[in-house]
Ligand binder design. Sequence first.
Ligand code: ADP
Ligand code: MG
Length: 249
Amino acid sequence: MTASDTAPLMIRMEAVDKHFGQLHVLKDVNLQVPKGQVVVVLGPSGSGKSTLCRAINRLEPIDSGVIEIDGKPLPAEGKELARLRAEVGMVFQSFNLFAHKTIAENVLLAPVKVRKQPVAEARKTAMELLERVGIANQAQKYPAQLSGGQQQRAAIARALAMRPKVMLFDEPTSALDPEMVQEVLDVMTTLASEGMTMLVVTHEMGFARKAANRVIFMSDGEIVEDSAPDEFFTAPKSGRAKDFLGKIL
Ligand code: ADP
Ligand code: MG
């Protein structure tokens, strides 16, 4: 047994089902992520990876089942939901920064508006976070003036500014030019090594091998495999995972 087997759970999903019309996109999903664990989610396009992430912070409502973050069920709406969303940071493929605000403003906006932090304090935290992701010198620029890699690092800093308990990444490097992928993965690897609980949808196998404690493989809305990265990459159990690995490796 490893330490994380006994750690309290950060994410608990039990018997989660979700349809889009006739399409059954999450099928009886059961997932327990202990605090501090880094889980990489793999699977073919359309297998439900984004829906899984979005369900976890309730950007998508689920049909049935239970989702708990840090021992508390997901609230349906209102103030409680806003609070929960603040605890679950999310970084998307498209960086979704506010185009008409500077990088620093992007990072301090939610702490000021949602957490009611004094502006001066939020600005100080924002600068520390931008330092951490290596773009403090870009703080006064607008998103369009930054490279894709820098924008994505700003998006990570913005999510961290809310002091989330868990971070969800949905293909954070898929929209980037190849030379910018590593700078974003490096920030994520550091975050992982600092003990952040992370769920990462990515096709970056180097990251999965280096930073993940666990790999989940989804196919057709189901978690088909759930194993240690080494085990998954060297000896996938299911035919579907073997097929998938054959195509991407
Ligand atoms: P993945 O991220 O693994 O590519 P998604 O979770 O985005 O998969 O999608 C799973 C399935 O649900 C796909 O068939 C997709 O077309 C469908 N889907 C996703 N979002 C919606 C939506 N808002 N309305 C209808 N169908 C959707
Ligand atoms: Mg997706």
